[in-house]
Design a protein around this ligand. Structure first.
Ligand code: HEC
Length: 355
């Protein structure tokens, strides 16, 4: 404190500086008036944290400066600091309560199919289907997907047919008017684990495992959320299954992905993250099977008719990137031309034929 006092009084010795400080104080005062005008601090928590912070900060700084002409200045600075810390405090409180209510904000993962012309990683879709079938399908339905959708995406036609015949489908009526069961066909949908919602809730302690067919579209930041959810289980605080990414934290779904939960036929090590990635890739495909065609179509629309506004924005961004990169290259070329290669330039070869 002594040192600070000395330094400040030394600085203030210069009259010129004092004038400048006064001007700044005026500005800061006006800023504070602006921030504290009625209505601006309408959120009670902001006002409370500002009021709490201000008396703690001001007397300390005020004491250090008492008697010197800088005290007004330092008080103002202190008040400004208090206002700022109040805002920050409020932001953290708001953020924390937001996390508890809406779940922890999940990171953005670099999905290989996110690029404007990238397709799905089909080996991953295939592995993801395996994870869904062996792990998730005992609780979650995917009623919008039929076996034939998988043909050419994750499996060959023969493989898919073989897979379909493994299920039993209730069909009918027969010629005698009776319902019958038959082996599945390509046109059948993936089987549902429960007969109805009541049965699903009854088996899951009252919670309903949602249909996963559109889940990456049905949740905010879908793919990142589902991946973070599946791989984000933490030790429960008190006997509940706890997942910070799930709104509220207490989730009725137990942790499903443990290393080695499935055995991949292509030999990929089935780690928790690998299975999470694969199943989310599969779910993304299921929610948007037409993505690849859409991207191609958009590309040709963009190239030939220039009408799609969103896509044009993406191309504009790409264009700006290129302009930036090329202007860097131009700067470098200019630099070399001016400095490094300048020795080569002034030589002018004149062929004087007459002399
Ligand atoms: C033992 C049954 C069970 C299995 C197996 C299971 N889940 Fe769930 N899942 C649930 C239940 C129950 C819920 C509802 C949770 C809640 O509302 O608290 C749920 C919810 C979800 C949700 C939605 C979370 C939300 O935001 O509402 C997703 C996504 C999900 N599960 C994905 C999966 C995936 C992917 C698998 C396979 C790796 C899987 N689940 C395996 C029971 C299961």
């Amino acid at each position: 404190m002594e040192k600070g006092k000395l330094a400040i009084s030394f600085l203030l010795r210069s009259a010129n500086l004092r004038e400048r400080v006064k001007m700044r104080t005026g500005k800061i005062n006006r800023l504070i008036k602006h921030f504290s005008r009625p209505g601006f601090l309408s959120q009670p928590s902001v006002a409370v944290s500002v009021l709490k912070a201000a008396p703690v900060l001001i007397p300390k700084l005020g004491q250090a400066e008492s008697g010197s002409s800088g005290s007004q200045f330092s008080k103002t600075i202190a008040l400004f600091g208090a206002v700022a810390s109040g805002f920050l405090g409020c932001a953290t409180i708001a953020y924390a309560s937001d996390e508890a209510e809406h779940g922890l904000a999940c990171p953005s993962y670099p999905w290989p199919h996110n690029g404007i012309l990238s397709s799905y990683d089909h080996a991953s879709v295939r592995r993801g289907h395996q994870v869904y079938q062996q792990v998730c399908s005992s609780c979650h339905s995917m009623s919008l997907i039929s076996y034939r959708d998988l043909v050419g995406v994750a499996y060959s036609e023969e493989e898919t047919k073989a897979m379909a015949t493994e299920i039993e489908v209730v069909d009918g009526p027969s010629d005698e008017g009776e319902t019958l069961t038959r082996p599945g066909k390509l046109s059948d949908c993936l089987p549902q684990p429960y007969a109805n919602e009541q049965a699903a809730r009854f088996a899951n302690g009252g919670a309903y495992p949602p249909d996963l067919g559109l889940i990456t579209k049905a949740r905010h930041n879908g793919q990142n959320y589902v991946f973070a959810l599946l791989t984000g289980y933490r030790d429960p605080p008190a006997g509940v299954t706890y997942n910070p990414y799930f709104p509220g934290g207490a989730i009725a779904m137990p942790k499903m992905l443990d290393d080695g939960a499935v055995e991949y036929e292509d030999g990929t090590p089935a780690t928790e993250a690998q299975m999470g990635k694969d199943v989310v890739t599969f779910l993304s495909w299921a929610a948007e099977p037409e993505m690849e065609e859409r991207k191609l179509a958009n590309f040709s629309i963009m190239v030939f008719s220039r009408s799609n506004a969103m896509l044009r924005l993406e191309y504009m961004q790409m264009g700006f990137k290129w302009i930036f990169v090329l202007s860097l290259a131009l700067l470098q070329a200019g630099y070399y031309r001016r400095t490094r290669w300048s020795v080569l330039r002034p030589h002018k070869v004149v062929l004087d034929v007459v002399k």
